[in-house]
Write a protein that binds this ligand. Structure first.
Ligand code: CDP
Length: 226
């Protein structure tokens, strides 16, 4: 399918399968996939390791803001990097998941991540997923999706993913974490998670990946005539 030079912005709740879906369609359309959540997770790992956030999630915002000036976080082979170090596994831990939403409320962190994302988007032909891509980062994106699914189904999917990696997880704990993140993400002051007015809703509670790919291909055909 010959898709024109557009930006596809995918927002939605935690563990709705945004990144799996985004990766698959990027591959299918020959687009670049960019995971904005990975940058928030990377900043969170950096903050944990350097003591800018404590156990109670109190954040030393001035120190973190200053330190981010020299933070070289980027995408490379196999995922996300800080300098030469691949941090892909560490950023998926429950410890990072437990602190990322508080970190993502900090306006200076959001500015830092937004700047990086907009640099990538200049090239078009990207699929980007997150919480505020269609509302704040790329409000002019040509195609915006808002993904959602039943919370228990989401928790089970995330738990299965972690179990497959060899982690021991309790689905109730995963559910609690994603409900907490949904709440913080939707209620924060800086770019809260909201559905853009022109976004199409994709509730994939009972859809397979094939169903979802079929769905978006039909939309692209209708909208862009390709
Ligand atoms: O994979 P999952 O959907 O669970 O989360 P993620 O995309 O890796 O994002 C982790 C966290 O980063 C989210 O819960 C948000 O707190 C934050 N985030 C954000 O605030 N804005 C974005 N554009 C992307 C992520």
């Amino acid at each position: 399918m010959q898709v024109p030079d557009i930006i596809i912005a995918i927002d939605g709740y935690s563990s709705t399968g945004k990144s799996s879906f985004a990766k698959i369609i990027a591959n299918e359309f020959g687009f670049l996939y960019l995971d904005s959540g990975a940058l928030y997770r990377g900043v969170t790992l950096f903050a944990i390791e350097n003591g800018y956030i404590d156990e109670a999630c109190t954040i030393d915002v001035p120190a973190l803001t200053e330190a981010m000036e020299n933070l070289d976080i980027h995408f490379g082979k196999g995922g996300t990097y800080i300098g030469e170090r691949c941090i892909e596994d560490e950023i998926r831990s429950l410890e990072v998941a437990g602190k990322v939403s508080p970190i993502a409320t900090v306006a200076q962190v959001r500015d830092f991540v937004d700047r990086k994302l907009r640099e990538f988007g200049r090239m078009k032909r990207v699929v980007m997923d997150g919480r505020d891509i269609g509302t704040t980062v790329f409000p002019d994106a040509e195609l915006k999706l808002f993904m959602t699914a039943d919370p228990m189904i989401r928790a089970q999917r995330r738990a299965d993913e972690m179990i497959a990696k060899g982690d021991q997880v309790d689905v109730e704990e995963v559910l609690k974490n994603l409900q907490e993140r949904d709440y913080i993400d939707s209620h924060r002051e800086a770019s809260p998670l909201t559905q853009a007015e022109d976004a199409l809703v994709l509730d994939n509670s009972h859809m397979t990946m094939e169903d979802q790919v079929e769905w978006i291909k039909n939309i692209i055909k209708e909208r862009f005539g390709c």
